[in-house]
Design a protein around this ligand. Sequence first.
Ligand code: NAP
Length: 293
Amino acid sequence: MQLIDGKKTAAEIKDEVAAEIALLKDKGGKVPHLVAVLVGSNGASITYVNAKIEACKKVGMHSSIVRLNDTVSEKELLEEVAKLNNDKDVDGFIVQLPLPKHISEKKVTEAISPQKDVDGFHPSNIGKMMLNLPTFLPATPYGILQLIERYNIETNGKHCVVVGRSAIVGSPVANLMSRNSYPGNCTVTLTHSRTVNLPEITRTADILIVALGKPEFITADMVKEGVVIFDVGITRKADSTKKSGYKLFGDVKFDEVAPKASFITPVPGGVGPMTIVSLLKNTILAAKGKMES
Ligand SMILES: NC(=O)c1ccc[n+]([C@@H]2O[C@H](COP(=O)([O-])OP(=O)(O)OC[C@H]3O[C@@H](n4cnc5c(N)ncnc54)[C@H](OP(=O)(O)O)[C@@H]3O)[C@@H](O)[C@H]2O)c1
């Protein structure tokens, strides 16, 4: 079994991104600027946004946070989005999800300019991804693709089973793994909560991508020997022995599944850190796109 070290790979990619930014600066170009919009005080959202901003600082990218109260109206948030769309100093921005119930995530996502949509969630960017046209790939699927490449994992002709069909992870990664390219050329089965006999299907997976948000859902009897596993799930459970007060769990029961796998991502330190570097890479793309126009 080989552990796929997302933390180490992300650190390597961060060094590459930092070098690219230094080169941009040398050429007198503009330093890319990423903005994160944070609504409310959801603990996980604050952690994710802080990690993104910290990563920007590390690579020499400009970053800022727009903090809005969770009582902000949908109209006010849409006005903020419009402001960021029109701000020439901002190359890319994200609105951290989830949003409070009274705000439509769909409306907000669609209001973001596709040229600044570095999360890759805008319908026009998703459409381009489906057509294999240049675009911003959604950050988590993009992170998984980079891990596949960096670990030289064979995908051609493999059966890839994806568990979970969310718009941000499961559905796009299923599409990307079926594309006629590397990584890709897999035969893909996309499963969800209505799937019948899931264990029978997961047992046929050469590559298993799990994104359902149920801790330790995938057990050893659900996978075959030699499977490659990407565990996207992150669930926090209270744990008073930890400094943070919680422990993170993936969707895979790591201890019993890992011995059967040829490659596997841990949680934490697997897919998570790659999601952040994908965002940095997308922001550089956004900045370059502007410089070319
Ligand atoms: N590592 C990262 O950077 C990263 C990024 C994003 C998300 N995550 C984590 O990944 C997990 C999934 O998040 P998400 O936003 O992609 O998912 P989501 O929107 O919560 O959707 C969960 C998906 O899992 C499916 N599902 C639920 N129960 C199932 C079951 N028993 N069998 C098969 N499928 C089942 C659901 O099916 P239906 O469609 O039928 O309801 C749905 O498609 C969460 O833990 C999240 O925190 C991590």
